[in-house]
Design a protein around this ligand. Structure first.
Ligand code: NOJ
Ligand code: MG
Length: 596
């Protein structure tokens, strides 16, 4: 990483901290003198008038890939009843919300992201009655349920598409993107598909091509047609009325395409693992068109009318913060939480490097200007961070460090099932084992996404407690040693560390919604303040195999003002007396400033 702004940084940190302290000091004074008549500053009374923060600002989210979480009927595929049976586990972990990836009827070409009916449950996942029970049981435990909304495309088996493809005159023809071949018979433009190679498929019967950014079995809806919007919004109403607490909006940056279908600029780089001239493209004409934002604003208004407490979470992998910011809407009237994937993207994706993380988080803070964000390290489309960051020798310790960061940054953390026990990415060994079609196409350069979708490891039994049948993906050999059962009883396990972290976060105003400021510029140590009106905390993450020290002087506090609230290595909790915090290799420590 280039380090050009090192020198002014320390000064800036101090300045930011001094400013924060000067804001907090009078408020603390007003709070402690109970007998004095409260004198409220203007800022204070403004704060007093603020409504309680929305639930999703304080929530820890947990992503469930339903195929792989818990099977209840022995068919080897996880299901809704399986999730319901594990709600107690989730409640104990301390999560506030689950996000369940698609469970709607689907040919399962893209494992549910090819929906053939938006308002039902695929029989392999259960029934609508199972969904209702899941909602009831989750809500009883104060767990919210967010579901996936796959609005950019349907399955080619959806009745909408079947009608659309039946003839050029069909009233639903315009619900999808159909185009004539070019005069030489070739496809309408050069756009490539995310899953490769090309984004157009010819329909022999009607002689036109249809557009699909993903698999050919996922034709893209035409969001320029108002009927499409109206019908898709009805789906939102359907699930909100059934008790869903919000939506994760799938691939939402691909909703619109250039009306003139201009060719995308071709980049010099080849698609990794290809030798046949498949070049990467700048997705200038099929990603993030401004019209997307108009739909987001209307969707938000629709959502707010049906259930104002519901949340919209946008999935958009964009290269720059400035593009992501647009999703919040011109007047913060768009998506509540556009996913912040910058910790999953290079360089943070693969580098456990304090400078990298510090700069990613600072860039987020700078772009956000106080708005709320998410933090996420793993999901069903990316190799698990356990092995992305692990060095092979300290993996569990590094996993605790990553968890500490995820759960203490200023934003809503998203956990991915199994990360709390350190599940590893387990890729298929041969091409015949691959279930994700993209892995078959680009084997072995890209083995697909099966590796991060293996069954949840509940216990040491042969199928890890996931199913009594044959699991749809093999249970990783690591399950024998690494499972919920084994970690339950070990006070130092990763699972118990996640529980402690989540519990600490829940009761710490500074971690829930305090300000963020980086602390120091050690290239091996990522440290930061979190400060609310009533509490100050310091998080110190030693991202190296060497001992480090963090100087706690400055900012008006000294080391003796701090006590250790949580550490990833055995150490005494309590006051620090030695003037600075000494950290062991890969240690993560959370300090609370006491008495302030
Ligand atoms: C993003 C989803 O997370 C991914 O799994 C899926 O393949 C694509 N969108 C297409 O729906
Ligand atoms: Mg589209």
């Amino acid at each position: 990483m280039k380090q050009t702004t090192r020198a002014p940084r320390a000064a800036l940190d101090l300045l930011v901290f001094a400013l924060l302290l000067s804001t907090f000091a009078p408020l603390r004074a007003a709070q402690t003198s109970r007998t004095a008549r409260p004198t409220r500053s203007r800022a204070d009374s403004r704060r007093g008038a603020e409504p309680a923060p929305a639930w999703w600002k304080r929530a820890v989210f947990y992503e469930i890939y339903p195929r792989s979480f818990q099977d209840s009927d022995g068919d080897g595929v996880g299901d809704l009843d399986g999730i319901t049976s594990r709600l107690e586990y989730l409640a104990r972990l301390g999560v506030d919300a689950v996000w369940i990836t698609p469970f709607y009827p689907s040919p399962q070409v893209d494992f549910g992201y090819d929906v053939s009916d938006y308002e039902a449950v695929d029989p392999q996942f259960g029934t609508l009655a199972d969904f209702d029970r899941l909602i009831k049981e989750a809500h009883r435990r104060k767990i919210k349920v967010v579901i996936d909304f796959v609005l950019n495309h349907t399955s080619d088996q959806h009745p909408f598409f079947k009608e659309s493809r039946s003839s050029r005159e069909n009233p639903k023809r315009d619900w999808y993107i159909w185009r004539d071949p070019r005069p030489d018979g070739s496809r309408p433009n050069n756009w490539s598909s995310s899953f490769g190679p090309v984004a157009w498929t010819l329909d022999e019967q009607t002689g036109q091509f249809y557009y699909h950014y993903f698999y050919p079995q996922q034709p893209e809806l035409n969001w320029r047609n108002p009927e499409v919007e109206r019908r898709m919004f009805e789906t939102v109403r359907f699930w909100l009325r059934r008790g869903a607490d919000g939506f994760r909006l799938d691939a939402v940056n691909y909703l619109f395409e250039d009306p003139r279908l201009r060719d995308n600029p071709v980049l010099p780089e080849l698609r990794p693992g290809t030798t046949t001239g498949e070049h990467l493209q700048e997705k200038k004409y099929n990603r993030d068109l401004p019209e997307v934002q108009d739909v987001m604003v209307r969707l938000r208004a629709f959502n707010d009318r049906v259930n104002p407490a519901s949340v919209l979470i946008g999935e958009a992998y964009v290269p720059k913060w400035e593009e992501l910011m647009r999703y919040y809407g011109p007047a913060d009237n768009g998506v509540h939480l556009p996913f912040n994937f910058f910790l999953i993207m290079e360089p943070a994706r693969t580098h456990l490097d304090a400078n990298v993380f510090r700069s990613v988080v600072e860039a987020s803070e700078k772009a956000l200007r106080g708005r709320w964000t998410t933090y996420v390290l793993s999901n069903h489309d990316n190799p698990r961070h356990y092995d992305r960051y692990g060095d092979g020798a300290h993996n569990d310790l590094i996993a605790k460090l990553a968890a500490t960061m995820l759960l203490t940054l200023r934003g809503s953390p998203f956990l991915y099932y199994g990360e709390e026990i350190g599940m590893v990415t387990t890729e298929p060994k041969t091409i015949d084992e691959v279930r994700d079609p993209v892995g078959r196409r680009y084997w072995p350069a890209n083995k697909g996404r099966d590796g991060e979708r293996t069954p949840m490891q509940w216990d040491a039994s042969p199928n890890a407690g996931f199913t009594r049948g044959t699991p749809w993906l093999p249970v990783p050999p690591s399950a024998r040693a690494k499972n919920v059962g084994a970690q339950e009883d070990d006070p130092n396990s990763l699972l118990n560390f996640y529980r402690q972290l989540i519990a600490l976060r829940r009761r710490a105003p500074a971690l829930l919604d305090g300000e963020y400021a980086s602390l120091g510029e050690d290239p091996k140590l990522f440290a930061y303040w979190r400060k609310s009106r009533t509490q100050t905390m310091v998080v110190a993450l030693n991202m190296s195999g060497e001992a480090r020290t963090l100087n706690l002087g400055g900012g008006g506090l000294s080391a003796s003002d701090f006590r250790v609230a949580l550490s990833s290595r055995p150490r005494k909790r309590g006051q620090l007396t030695d003037g600075e915090l000494a950290l062991a290799p890969f240690e993560a420590v959370i300090l609370e400033a006491s008495g302030r």
